[in-house]
Structure formats: C-alpha cells, structure tokens
Design a protein around this ligand. Structure first.
Ligand code: HEM
Length: 226
C-alpha cells in the first residue's frame, strides 16, 4: 500500500514537473504572440502527447506480456494530466478564439485558402469537438480514482474508460481543423499526423498481440458424443 502511494506520488510529481516546465518556458519566451497564446498552444500539445502516452501504455504492455491491462496507475495518472492540460487549453482557447476578432482574422477575412464556407465549417466543427472533448475529459477525470472503480464495478469502469479513445480521435481531428484555420507550419501538421498514426497503429498491434496469445492457448477438449 505505502509502496503504491509512493509510486503514485512519483508519477504525479514527474507529470507536474513536466507541465510546469513546459508551460513556464512557454509563458516566459516565444515568438511574437502573447503569453496566453503560447500557453494555449503548449497546453494543447501537452494534452495531445500525454493522452498519446496514456493510450500507448496498454498496447506496449500487451506486446511485451501478451495480456490486456485493466487498471494501471501510470496510465490513469498520465490521463489525468492530459485532461488537466486539455482543460487549461479549453479555458484559454475560449477566451482567445471565441470572439469576433478571431472570426474576422481566421474565418471571414483570411487572405489564404480554403474558402470562407469551408473555414466556417472548420471553425464550427472544431469548436463543437473541443466542447465534446472537454465533457469527456471531465467524465474521465471523475472516473479516475479507486472509489469510482469500486462504485461502478471493473467491467463498466473499463467500458466507460474507452471514452478516452474517442477523446484522442476528436483531439486529433480538432487539432487538424485549427491547423488549417491558422495555416500552421507543415512541421506541426506532421507532428500531429505522426502522433495520430503511431497511437492508432499501437492499438492495432496491441490487439493483435492479445489475440495471438489467446489463440495460441490450448482450448478445452470437447467431450466425445454418442
Ligand atoms: C479540451 C478540449 C480541447 C482539446 C484537447 C484541444 C486540443 C487542441 C490541440 C491539440 C491543438 C493543437 C493544434 C495546433 O494548433 O497546431 C489545438 C489548437 C487550437 N484549439 Fe483546441 N482543443 C480543445 C478545445 C478547444 C476549444 C473549445 C476551442 C475554442 C474555439 C479551441 C480552439 C483552438 C485554437 C484556436 C487552436 C489553435 C492554436 C491556439 O491558438 O491555441 N480548442 N487544440
């Protein structure tokens, strides 16, 4: 019990340190944009990367040990910090991007393609996805404790936790939409694409590893009839 608590303190300490360092450096430096702009984008990327790490822990274990994990503290703790960073970005992005100034610059009067109707659709759906992700994060954070595991039971807890896959896919789609709107440099588009592909491929490999081990196990022999 004490060992487990120490382990979790270390997890949260490390994740807190990573978050504070990244946000602190971004607030204090950076090109042109305001500190709020930088914090918004750095917290968004921290959220994406930590969510990716949380979702990669299961497949990595499945590939190494050939079995599915149900309730792992490292995965839960990383997920909590992904959600906290995501919600910080959610708050800042609402202040920075839900106003006429942002609409004017990036949606209605942008001097580069795509066209205004396409930009309007990207902004609308990107924002809707942002709100859906925030709701999923709040639900997932509420679930991320031992009391909730006992309350809802392991089977349902695991089912509800699968919302994290939807949160990840929605985050990637949302990121691409705002990258188009803000004509983000190609390197960042490639970063988001790489994270998306790696995590989806990791899930596929993890599922394949579990199936392989399960199919390799000797099955119970059917009793002879007749
Ligand atoms: C918890 C929910 C959200 C998550 C996880 C999330 C995630 C992300 C990610 C990963 C990016 C990086 C893409 C890039 O710009 O290169 C991004 C960018 C952006 N998001 Fe979100 N987002 C969320 C909610 C929202 C909401 C509600 C809005 C409001 C309109 C929004 C507005 C933006 C904007 C304007 C950008 C461009 C960069 C910036 O100024 O921060 N996001 N988001």
């Amino acid at each position: 019990m004490a060992g487990r608590m120490n382990h979790r303190f270390r997890n949260h300490g490390a994740l807190l340190a990573v978050t504070v360092i990244c946000l602190g450096v971004s607030a204090a430096s950076g090109p042109g944009a305001t500190a709020a702009d930088r914090l918004s984008i750095v917290s968004a990327y921290l959220c994406l990367f930590l969510l990716g790490v949380a979702l990669a822990i299961g497949p990595a274990n499945a590939i190494r040990k050939g079995k599915a994990l149900v309730n792992v503290y490292a995965r839960r703790d990383t997920g909590i910090w992904a959600a906290l960073n995501g919600l910080l970005h959610f708050f800042l992005a609402n202040v920075l991007a839900m106003n006429y100034e942002y609409l004017g610059i990036y949606v209605e009067n942008a001097p580069v393609p795509p066209s205004v109707p396409v930009r309007e659709a990207l902004y609308l759906w990107g924002t809707i996805l942002g709100y859906v992700i925030a709701v999923l994060f709040i639900m997932l954070m509420g679930l991320s404790n031992d009391w909730m595991v006992r309350k809802v039971g392991l089977k349902w807890w695991k089912r509800l936790q699968r919302a994290s896959y939807a949160a990840f896919i929605f985050t990637c789609a949302h990121a691409f939409m705002f990258q188009v709107l803000e004509t983000r440099a190609a390197v960042w588009v490639v970063v988001v694409a790489l994270v998306t592909v790696l995590i989806i491929a990791g899930q596929g490999l993890g599922i394949a590893a579990i199936r392989k081990l399960r199919d390799g196990k000797p099955r119970a022999v059917e009793p002879a009839r007749g």
